[in-house]
Design a protein around this ligand. Structure first.
Ligand code: FAD
Length: 274
């Protein structure tokens, strides 16, 4: 049996600066692997450590993968400052369940992202675009601190050209380079703003935990039910297989049962939003 703690080899083939603090790393894998939208990988930087990231690229059986990384600490500093094209890194996974795409079929999908939270969602967005006729509508709401902190800006035009797809953006505070909406991402979810058939929709959200909390409250306020809301609970994880017990909410291990959890399943446990 394969040792699940042993990373597979991968080589960095491209590094793109998305924002001043976010880079997308393109990898070529030594062996192909199959992952679903929402599943995550443990990425090893040799000599530094490993950290969990959800690929931002199109899921499926792949030989290449993209991971979009916000610089925040030891592993991510090394990725941003030391890793160059041609370097070899390690990858374990995929871990987690991935989004319930079959449950989403036939519905409207509302995607709510904050900051680097759009990276894991980009993988879902590509998966939705891949079978776009299966979904009634795709509405993307995305917020970042400043216009320069919005990831994947060069793809937005392409996204909005897809049938039945909308993209609404906001930034936290007024900025000289921005004439769009200003306010936290929850402002895009106000009843008079969201153009969504609430009863026939699922919502998927990824971003900082505090954002997830207020997005959830706003969604419930405008009429969504807890069983329509999926939250990316991207908190500290280690083993990836439900053994080390670092990431549990009630009986759920986020690494194994998530990381994307239906709010209905977790809402009654005390540590949902830490
Ligand atoms: C399933 C999953 C998917 C993720 N996907 C992405 C992704 O696509 N892109 C991305 O940039 N990040 C993602 N993250 C967050 C990423 O794993 C952390 O930023 C990373 O582990 C930090 O490692 P570090 O060694 O650089 O930071 P450390 O030196 O360990 O910590 C530096 C700072 O980051 C904070 N931090 C550490 N881990 C997390 C975490 N899991 N969530 C929030 N803050 C954290 C610490 O509290 C500390 O303040 C994901 C996390 C999970 C669990």
């Amino acid at each position: 049996m394969d040792n699940i703690y042993y990373p597979r080899g991968t080589v960095v083939t491209d590094i793109k600066e998305d924002t001043p603090t976010i880079k997308t790393f393109h990898f070529e894998l030594d062996e192909p692997l199959t992952y679903k939208a929402g599943q995550f990988m443990q990425l090893t930087v040799p000599g530094i450590g490993e950290a969990p990231f959800t690929p931002s690229s199109c899921p499926g059986e792949v030989r290449e993968m993209e991971i979009t990384v916000l610089q925040t600490g030891r592993v991510t500093d090394a990725l941003h400052n030391e890793i160059k094209v041609g370097d070899r890194l390690g990858l374990r996974g995929p871990f987690g369940k991935g989004y319930p795409m079959e449950r989403f079929a036939g519905k409207e999908i509302l995607i709510v992202g904050g900051g680097v939270g759009l990276a894991p969602l980009r993988s879902l967005i590509y998966a939705l675009f891949d079978r776009i006729d299966d979904f009634k509508k795709i509405s993307i709401c995305y917020g970042a601190k400043t216009p320069h902190d919005l990831c994947f800006r060069d793809e937005f035009d392409e996204w909005t050209k897809k049938p039945n797809t909308s993209l609404n953006l906001t930034i936290d505070n007024p900025h000289p380079d921005w004439d769009g909406t200003v306010g936290l991402v929850t402002c895009l979810l106000e009843k008079e703003r969201i153009d969504v058939d609430i009863k026939n929709s699922y919502v998927v959200s990824c971003g900082p935990e505090v954002m997830l909390k207020f997005v959830t409250l706003k969604l419930m306020d405008v009429g969504f039910k807890a069983n329509q809301i999926y939250l990316s609970m991207n908190r500290r994880m280690s083993c990836g297989i439900g053994k080390c017990a670092r990431c549990n909410i009630g009986p759920y291990y986020l690494c194994k049962d998530g990381p994307d959890m239906c709010y209905e399943d977790i809402k009654d446990y005390p540590n949902v939003f830490e």
